[in-house]
Ligand binder design. Structure first.
Ligand SMILES: [Zn+2]
Length: 120
């Protein structure tokens, strides 16, 4: 008796090996993109396992998350730009006194160095 070839394919969601034909075949669905998903469902009952639904839910969640992330990033960027602007405004005010203070410090140091070089 010639054995019929058994085809199998991994579920694109849970990676379970699906038997595609023969008497031990699993129930599965193939999408238009040739993705394979297991589906275990008795007639009139909610699906026991529905990998395509899980897969689609996951994609939906990813899209929602991405949209939220983008929104958060946009808001963060706006906040950051606002802070940068404030910082620049503050720096413009602060830069001069700071420079003066630095110059004074250098002068003082130079003065002290000269003093220590020539002890009286
Ligand atoms: Zn699966």
């Amino acid at each position: 008796m010639k054995k019929k070839a058994i085809y199998s394919h991994k579920c694109d969601w849970c990676n379970r090996e699906l038997i595609l034909n023969g008497s031990d075949s699993d129930s599965y669905v193939i999408t238009a993109e040739y993705k394979y998903f297991c589906i275990i469902q008795d007639k009139g009952k909610p699906a026991e396992r529905d990998c395509m639904a899980d897969y689609l839910n996951d994609i939906n969640e990813k899209i929602i998350k991405k949209a939220k992330d983008l929104e958060t990033k946009k808001r963060q960027k706006e906040e950051q730009e606002k802070l940068e602007k404030e910082k620049r405004n503050l720096e413009r005010v602060r830069v001069l006194p700071k420079l003066e203070a630095l110059k004074k410090e250098f002068k003082d140091r130079e003065f002290q160095r000269r003093l220590s070089k020539h002890p009286s």
